[in-house]
Design a protein around this ligand. Structure first.
Ligand SMILES: Nc1nc2c(ncn2[C@@H]2O[C@H](COP(=O)(O)OP(=O)(O)OP(=O)(O)O)[C@@H](O)[C@H]2O)c(=O)[nH]1
Length: 454
C-alpha cells in the first residue's frame, strides 16, 4: 500500500559542496559542516565547483558570489542548465547584500541567500532547511515514480475523467482494452465510449458531485458496454470513485469481463436448449409462452399452440433400438423447427417424443395450416417405421389450440385444449391434425372440431 507520509529516512549523511575563493572561509565552513555531520567537498573557483558537482552530485552547494573567473551567479546558471546538476539546491553567500543582489541570486535559480559576515548558527539552520525541502521533494518524486509504475503496469484499465465527461488520462491497460494508442483517448468524451443513456447517467452524477463535493460518494461498480475503437463492443465492470484535488475528478477502473460474459452467455444458452435435438427445451418454452401470453393479453391478438407426438414411437425404439430412436427424434425436431420462422414463433422438445410450437399473432386457420404442413413434412422424411400399424413411415399426431388470451384463464388451459386435440388425432388413427377451440360462450371449455384431417 502506498502511504501519503513524507517523513524522511536519511539514506546517508548529506554531502555539501562549499565553494569560496578564500581558503580561510572554506576552512571555517568545512569544519562547521563536518561538525553538523555532513560530508564535505570544497572548490576554490566556479569552474571547479561545476566539475565537482557533476562528479559527486552533492545534496547542497554553498556558493560564494564574488570570485575570480566565473562568479557565483554564473556558476549557478551553469549548474541549473545541466540536467545532472539542475536539481541541486544552491545557497549563495555574499557580502553584497543589496536587494538587487539577493533578487539576482534567486533569479539565477538559487534556493537561498545568506549575507556575509556569516553567522554560523544561521548558516546551519538554512542548510538544514534546504536539505529538508530537498528530501521532501525527493520523497515525493519517488512516490510519484512508484505510483506511475503501478498505474502503467496494472492489469485493470484506469481513466481519470473530468466532471464534464472529458477523459483526462488513461493507463496502458485501458488503451489496450479499448484499442487506442497511448494518449489517444485523452480529450474524448465518455459519451463517445458509452451508450448515450448510460453516459448521461454518469454525467448527471458528475454534475451533482461537482456542485456539492461534500456529498460525494463512490458510484460503485456496474457492468457497462464500451465501444472499442474498431467499433465492436466490450463488456466491462466500471468502478467510479470521486477524487477532489484542485478540481473534482473521477477515477474510473475498468475490469474486462468479456470472456466471463461469453461463458455466462454460453451457459445461459445451454440452459435453454434441449441437449439431444438442439432446439428449445421445455423451460425455455414455458418462459417464452408466458411472455407471449402477456403480450397477447395486451394486444388482443390470437395465440396458437401446436402439440405434436410421434406415433408408435415405443415400437420404433423396440424394433430399431434407442440410438436410432434418438436420431429419429433429431430429424423430427429439425422438421418441426423449420416451421418456426418468425421471432414470435418457438419450437421446443417438451419431453420424450413430444414437441410443441407456439405461434403468436396467429389465428386458428393459419395455425392449422402450419400444423398440417409440419405433419406433412415429417411424413415426407420417409423415416421407415417397420412395425407401425398406421404408416410405413414415422408420422406425428398433432393437436392445435387457438385462443385470444382473455377467453381462457391461464396458459394451462391452452395446453389442455391442444393436448386434447392431439389425443383426438391419436384416437382417430394418428398422422393427422386436430384443432380445438375454446368456446367464447363458456370460457375454459373446449370444443373439439375436426377442421381437417389427413
Ligand atoms: N430413443 C428415445 N426414445 C425416447 C426418448 N424419450 C422418450 N422415448 C421413448 O418414447 C416412447 C414413447 O412411447 P409411448 O408414450 O408409449 O407412446 P408411443 O409408442 O409413441 O405411442 P403413441 O403415442 O400412442 O403413438 C417410449 O418408449 C420412450 O422410451 C428419447 O430421448 N430417445
Amino acid at each position: 500500500m502506498i502511504t501519503g507520509s513524507t517523513s524522511y529516512v536519511p539514506r546517508r549523511e548529506a554531502a555539501i559542496l562549499i565553494v569560496d575563493d578564500a581558503p580561510a572561509n572554506l576552512s571555517v565552513l568545512r569544519k562547521l559542516m563536518v561538525e553538523q555531520g555532513y560530508q564535505t567537498y570544497i572548490a576554490t573557483s566556479g569552474e571547479r565547483a561545476v566539475q565537482i558537482a557533476k562528479r559527486v552530485y552533492p545534496d547542497l552547494i554553498l556558493l560564494d558570489v564574488v570570485m575570480p573567473g566565473i562568479d557565483g551567479l554564473e556558476t549557478c546558471r551553469q549548474l541549473k542548465s545541466n540536467a545532472l546538476t539542475q536539481h541541486i539546491p544552491v545557497i549563495f553567500m555574499s557580502a553584497r547584500n543589496e536587494t538587487e543582489d539577493v533578487v539576482a541570486g534567486f533569479e539565477t535559480g538559487g534556493a537561498d541567500y545568506i549575507g556575509k559576515p556569516l553567522r554560523m548558527a544561521e548558516v546551519c539552520a538554512r542548510v538544514r532547511a534546504q536539505l529538508q525541502i530537498r528530501n521532501r521533494s525527493e520523497t515525493q518524486q519517488e512516490q510519484a515514480e512508484r505510483l506511475r509504475t503501478i498505474v502503467n503496469s496494472m492489469a485493470e484499465g484506469l481513466l481519470i475523467i473530468e466532471p464534464n465527461g472529458r477523459v483526462q488520462f488513461t493507463n496502458p491497460a485501458c488503451d489496450a482494452y479499448l484499442g487506442y494508442e497511448e494518449g489517444e483517448l485523452a480529450g474524448q468524451s465518455l459519451s463517445d465510449l458509452l451508450n448515450p443513456l448510460v453516459a448521461q447517467e454518469y454525467l448527471d452524477y458528475f454534475t451533482r458531485y461537482a456542485a456539492d463535493p461534500e456529498t460525494a460518494h463512490s458510484h460503485g461498480t456496474r457492468e457497462v458496454i464500451i465501444r472499442h475503437k474498431q467499433g465492436t463492443s466490450v463488456c466491462m465492470d466500471l468502478t467510479l470513485t470521486p477524487m477532489y484535488s484542485r478540481q473534482p475528478l473521477f477515477i474510473g477502473l475498468l475490469h474486462d469481463i468479456t470472456h466471463h460474459k461469453m461463458s455466462e452467455d454460453a451457459l445461459h444458452r445451454a440452459a435453454m436448449v434441449d441437449s439431444l435435438t438442439k432446439i428449445a427445451n421445455r423451460r425455455h418454452f414455458d418462459t417464452f409462452l408466458e411472455k407471449e401470453w402477456q403480450r397477447a393479453i395486451r394486444s388482443g391478438a390470437p395465440l396458437s399452440l401446436v402439440v405434436l407426438d410421434v406415433d408408435h414411437f415405443k415400437l420404433y425404439n423396440d424394433s430399431l433400438g434407442h440410438a436410432a430412436g434418438d436420431i429419429c427424434l433429431q430429424q423430427v425436431a429439425q422438421a418441426i423447427n423449420a416451421h418456426a420462422l418468425r421471432a414470435t414463433d418457438l419450437a421446443a422438445r417438451y419431453g420424450g417424443e413430444e414437441f410443441v410450437l407456439l405461434f403468436a399473432e396467429t389465428d386458428a386457420d393459419a395455425a392449422f395450416a402450419l400444423a398440417e404442413s409440419i405433419r406433412n413434412h415429417v411424413e415426407a422424411l420417409q423415416l421407415p417405421h417397420p412395425r407401425s400399424i398406421t404408416s410405413p413411415w414415422i408420422t406425428v399426431s398433432v393437436g392445435v389450440a387457438t385462443i385470444h388470451p382473455h377467453q381462457m384463464e391461464n396458459v394451462e388451459a391452452l395446453f389442455v385444449a391442444a393436448d386434447r386435440a392431439m389425443y383426438v388425432a391419436k384416437e382417430n388413427g394418428r398422422n393427422q391434425v386436430r384443432s380445438s377451440r375454446a368456446s367464447p360462450a363458456a370460457a375454459g371449455t373446449v370444443d373439439i372440431s375436426a377442421l381437417a384431417s389427413h
